[in-house]
Design a protein around this ligand. Sequence first.
Ligand code: DAH
Length: 346
Amino acid sequence: MKELEQLDKVVDVLDDELNQVDDLNVLQQKKASYLGKKGIIAQVMANMKDLTIEARKELGMRSNKIKQILEERFEQKKQAIENAIIDQRLKNESLDVTLPGVQFPTGGIHPLNQTIMDLEDLYIGMGYKVAEGPEIETDEYCFEKLNLPKGHPARDMQDTFYINPELLLRSQTSPVQVRTMLEEQGKPIKIVCPGKVYRRDADDATHSHQFMQFEGLVLGKDISLADLKGALLEMARKMFDKDREIRLRPSFFPFTEPSVEVDVSCGMCGGKGCNTCKQSGWIEILGAGMVNDNVLRMCGYNPEEIQGFAFGIGIERITMLKYRIDDIRNFYTNDVRFLNQFKEVK
Ligand code: DAH
């Protein structure tokens, strides 16, 4: 029967043809040309009516079998094409993990901010809160309530930028003490306050018309100079190294009584005396003292019940000492060659 022969050949022919196909659309068309309504199988079957019943039966069974085989062939080919597409896509997307990565330029933390963060960390760890105040301050808070009435000669210690007779650019962070005391109304206080200050100084290697301070204030029952020394010794050892010593020298500030200037033992010579410490073995780092009774009273505190200490650290000064920077202007000129040196500093 020639129909049977025709059918038997179909699979071989298809196998040859499928080898040429690598596109899903072409495959789809091919499938229609074999299995569709007008496809090859359908054409062979169209002549069935002229055959004997026996022959029809045989042809019917065979054609079903062939259809099944063709379906399988098409399905396999479809899978193969899809897999090849995925393979190709993966190959295009593949990532060579041994290639060096693309480097993105990164910034670093400015050394002055690093110092502030280190100090805040230390004092927060000791139970202090961070307080802030405005850079445009009143004369009353910056001076009068700190025991520096108008015309007081100690005002000359800080040459100040005035906006008008009552308003100024703060020359110290000490007015934040005043603000905090007025807010807390007699309650104990434990704060530190970092911030910018301004003075009418000509800029040179050790002076800047704008710099930063880090103020501390602790008020409570039975706070003494020994507590102050403890708080500052911790600071010196954290900021410099664990073997540092500090010493307190009598000094004068209108807002503290007694007042002290605090020196740290020289890290260059270990206290023996060298050029950095001018042969003294000590380097001055900050001013401090017990809060003056007048200040306490003016800010609503009763010195009979509550007292405490205050200190004011120069951020630039201790940063310069720590990293051995010899010109304060380096902090403000934003030369990346200078700043890049601090990228890794922690
Ligand atoms: N405000 C002082 C200054 O700028 C520094 C200072 C000294 C702050 C003694 C204090 C202090 O709180 O008790 O020179």
